[in-house]
Design a protein around this ligand. Structure first.
Ligand SMILES: N[C@@H](CCC(=O)N[C@@H](CSC=O)C(=O)NCC(=O)O)C(=O)O
Length: 303
């Protein structure tokens, strides 16, 4: 079988390895970068290869401007992945490539590095900007085919999702739109109501069409909570946001998600923690990664 992924680097870190990979994506029509961290349990030769012992996966969606490397280097998920025994997948934030992939070189909050985890419908972007299907369907399937073939890793059935900022929005919208597919969801400083804030309006307008508000509703967490039914009493979405986050009031707006969930099946299920003094950076993210890791480990059946 021909290899799907090219391994550009295999880096020993903590007790496992970070693999920096490249592969062709049918969804984006481009080559994509992705990093995966395989925890120490994967390399434990004494581990039995049975269904029960398959190592689950946490998908981490990064924010605007990020590549798979930002979180790999600065979020410190690897220590937590070893502690509980899960794989971490760090996808890229958009298609890349040359001038054939449309971009706005003057705006870091749109285009390359800002795929917004949706499937674009506007003709200019529709061929490449398909990060929703890429992250939730194509990538897990390709990873399972190549890295799951030895029966030790589960990229599809036992998985959870988290993310930061644009990636926090991507995690919550993906969790709700694929209700039941992810065991748990958390977010760091997510863009909670993209339809009404600058970053979201720009991306939704360009990718989905400025008048196509019906399409916007299909991705906005504040609309999704009204149509997706929470049927599991243990559903809880863990969120942390820093009070000194410079984007809090302009782009993140967690209070709007709390309000939108009121009177829905999600009421009381968004555990939004406003934490004093923290900003938007990876200093903030890495501080709360251990709490999010424990949360996901419980839902993935690791605790
Ligand atoms: N380049 C910008 C700053 C952009 C920024 O803050 N990006 C955040 C995500 S914002 C929401 O999605 C980020 O994660 N940056 C990468 C990092 O390693 O910190 C500017 O110049 O202001």
């Amino acid at each position: 079988m021909p290899k799907i992924f090219k391994t550009n680097a295999e880096i020993a870190t903590c007790g496992g390895k970070l693999l920096k990979l490249t592969h062709d994506s049918k969804e984006t029509g481009t080559q994509m970068d992705v990093n995966i961290y395989l925890p120490k349990q994967y390399y434990d030769k004494s581990k039995k290869e049975c269904h029960e012992s398959k190592i689950p996966t946490l998908y981490y969606l990064s924010g605007l401007t990020c590549t798979p490397n930002n979180a790999s280097e600065k979020a410190f998920w690897q220590l937590q992945a070893d502690k509980y025994g899960f794989t971490v997948v760090f996808p890229d934030t958009s298609p890349r490539g040359g001038d054939e992939v449309p971009d706005d070189k003057n705006d870091w909050s749109f285009g390359k590095g800002a795929g917004f985890y949706l499937n674009a419908t506007e003709p200019k972007y529709a061929a490449n900007y398909r990060m929703y299907d890429y992250v939730h369907k194509e990538l897990p399937s390709l990873l399972q085919q190549e890295f799951g073939s030895d029966g030790k890793l589960d990229f599809i059935k036992n998985k959870s999702i988290t993310g930061h900022s644009m990636g926090g929005y991507g995690a919550i919208s993906g969790f709700l739109k694929n209700y039941g597919a992810y065991k748990s969801c958390s977010a760091f400083a997510p863009i909670c109501n993209p339809s009404v804030v600058g970053w979201g309006i720009k991306c939704f307008s360009n990718y989905l069409g400025s008048d196509n508000k019906a399409a916007w509703k299909q991705y906005d967490p504040c609309d999704l909570v009204k149509v997706v039914k929470s049927t599991n009493a243990s559903d809880k979405v863990l969120i942390h946001v820093g009070t000194k986050d410079p984007f809090l009031n302009e782009h993140l707006r967690p209070e709007l998600l709390l309000n939108a969930s009121k009177g829905t099946t999600w009421e009381g299920k968004f555990d939004i923690n406003l934490v004093d003094n923290f900003d938007h950076s990876y200093y903030f993210i890495s501080t709360f990664v251990p709490e999010h890791a424990e949360f996901h480990a419980k839902h993935l059946g690791l605790l």
